[in-house]
Design a protein around this ligand. Structure first.
Ligand code: PMT
Length: 222
């Protein structure tokens, strides 16, 4: 059996990618498989946490001890996360949330006609940014940063602007890291700007390290 070092802790985790509809049969999506977020949820539950998983698109199924809420769009993800937020002590946003959605979703299938087709997008809410503004001192908020360049600079900027306690910087251009792989390579950055390099490992093993780091900071800061 596993150490029950998160026993009773209420943890809210998001995973997978959102899908933004274009018309009844098409959507804008991304390459997130849900593996990173599900690994965090399973590991937290094993350690005794009470886990709610807000899940975008994925082929995975979570074990029965996890309360899973499936969503499609960023807006739906936001609604469910905001509903659970006040009651959560630790919140981890591992989902790949679409930054934009289609301004006018077509009610019928768009027919093929002109040589080019323009779809206008509008900005989605930034879920994590809103959580950072509402966070109390008893809550520990963790984001991810999926970057293809300037990893540390962009991740630190997100940590600061979104008022996070920790950010997992993920260079998604690296082989064996990021979207739809079983492994990941990250840097864990905390509020004091200290950076921990985590070498390539299974997302399940990384989930355990991330929860270890959260646990020690959560105990010391709150
Ligand atoms: O699912 P996998 O295939 O296992 O892949 C894992 C992963 C690459 C998706 C994961 O490790 C990861 O990096 N997740 C964050 C992806 C992302 O949307 O990153 P971002 O840098 O665009 O966003 C920064 C943070 O803000 C993220 O915590 C994101 O969840 C959050 N966000 C982003 C946009 C938005 N509208 N609302 C948000 O809350």
């Amino acid at each position: 059996a596993c150490v029950q070092d998160l026993k009773g802790k209420r943890i809210l985790i998001s995973a997978g990618g959102t899908r933004e509809p274009i018309d009844p049969v098409r959507y804008i999506g991304n390459r997130s498989s849900g593996k990173m977020g599900y690994a965090l949820a399973e590991e937290a539950a094993k350690r005794g946490a009470v886990v709610t998983l807000i899940s975008g698109q994925t082929a995975l199924t979570a074990s029965s001890r996890i309360d899973v809420i499936k969503v499609e769009t960023a807006k739906q993800m936001q609604d469910h996360i905001e509903e659970k937020f006040a009651d959560s002590e630790i919140i981890i946003m591992a989902a790949a949330v679409a930054d934009y959605c289609v301004e006018e979703v077509a009610s019928q299938k768009i027919k093929k006609s002109a040589k080019t087709l323009t779809i206008t997008l509008k900005k989605n809410p930034d879920i994590l940014l809103n959580l950072g503004q509402k966070k109390t001192k008893d809550q520990f908020l963790v984001g991810f940063a999926a970057e293809t360049q300037k990893l540390l600079a962009f991740a630190k900027e997100k940590l600061e602007r979104k008022n996070l306690d920790m950010i997992i910087a993920n260079d998604v251009s690296k082989k064996n890291a990021g979207f739809n792989t079983d492994t990941n390579i990250v840097k864990i950055i905390t509020r004091d700007k200290s950076v921990e390099d985590v070498p390539m490992m299974k997302k399940t093993a990384l989930a355990s390290i991330i929860l270890d780091r959260i646990k020690s900071l959560y105990n010391s800061e709150t």
